[in-house]
Design a binder for this molecule. Structure first.
Ligand code: ATP
Length: 115
């Protein structure tokens, strides 16, 4: 049982690290709060909430994995390395795709309700 609670402790420690060190993670956390408040005010349907939650989760998960990859690359390759560059750039590309998906969801769900 203790092991079960420890796994939560480690997971929250990871979230805390990402929030503390990554500007993008802070920015996306604020965006999540704004989307949540806007969704509540605009009374989103269940299906709309599911899309918004899917977009939010995709962005935050990709941001966390990108942070983990950056730390791992810095650990194994502190000096310049062409492969390290490719790994970090590909990882950043994944975050970009997630962010584009989130913007598309936001535009399709929130803009018609505001117009
Ligand atoms: N060890 C390395 N070798 C080669 N290129 C690197 C290396 N570290 C970083 N880079 C290049 O610099 C870019 C930015 O790397 P960095 O680790 O600063 O990412 P970041 O997204 O700016 O990180 P942070 O969010 O921590 O500021 C990478 O996408 C990569 O192109």
């Amino acid at each position: 049982m203790q092991k079960f609670f420890n796994s939560f402790k480690y997971a929250f420690s990871g979230l805390h690290y990402a929030f503390k060190t990554q500007f993008n993670f802070k920015f996306h956390t604020v965006a999540v709060l704004v989307a949540g408040i806007a969704g509540w005010i605009l009374k989103l349907s269940t299906a709309e909430w599911l899309w918004v939650i899917a977009a939010i989760s995709t962005v935050l998960i990709s941001e966390l994995l990108n942070t983990a990859i950056e730390v791992l690359v810095d650990l194994v390759s502190p000096s310049y390395n062409e492969k390290a560059k490719i790994i970090k750039d590909v990882s950043a590309g994944a975050v970009l795709i997630a962010a584009v998906f989130a913007v598309a969801v936001a535009l399709m769900i929130f803009i018609p309700k505001l117009a």
